[in-house]
Ligand binder design. Sequence first.
Ligand SMILES: Nc1ncnc2c1ncn2[C@@H]1O[C@H](COP(=O)(O)OP(=O)(O)OP(=O)(O)O)[C@@H](O)[C@H]1O
Length: 192
Amino acid sequence: MAPTPPVVVLSGPSGTGKSTLLKRLFAEHPDSFGFSVSHTTRAPRAGETDGVEYHFTTPEKFQELVNSNAFIEHATFAGRSYGTSLAAVRDVTSKGRACILDIEMEGVKQVKKKPELNAKFVFVKPPSVEELEKRLRGRGTESEEAVQKRLGQALKELEFAETPGIHDKIIVNGDLDRAYKELDEYIMAQLK
Ligand SMILES: Nc1ncnc2c1ncn2[C@@H]1O[C@H](COP(=O)(O)OP(=O)(O)OP(=O)(O)O)[C@@H](O)[C@H]1O
């Protein structure tokens, strides 16, 4: 039997380039990867379908899932809960695809406590905080207040990433092509 494909956790400050790198990875290897479908208590937006973008869930049902230890990581942002269930991860790996989790620091800490997942942890680092600020502004998706908030959080994430033994691979996303090559080589080696 083929071995179960790996779970790869990608984290790093907002604006560091995770989505950009992942988009390219998925495009270049269309059959190798999948994202797990998360649970959320937020309402579906127009065009969103239950079980596709998210598993839309009531707060009561979400709490039941927390209590039954169904989530490998979960968190609440702005009053809405989000979680990644083990079943959602296995849905991806059982199809022979590596499951990529794009999560933030608190989620990383929780997944770290699940050694049975055998996850690999990749951290995407900006070349400098100044460059990160430039990218966040350049993306043009955030208000000034949101940029400041994300930068404050980024400093915490960068400090956390210094903890020895947290990440299996740290990639500095300075030159995009070079960073992509490093990510591609590391992840493809995990798939062998
Ligand atoms: N190596 C790079 N050099 C210059 N600009 C980059 C590089 N990588 C990404 N960018 C740009 O930086 C901005 C932020 O990238 P992206 O949205 O991929 O970040 P992210 O880490 O996924 O952020 P979030 O966690 O908020 O979703 C984008 O405008 C993207 O085009």
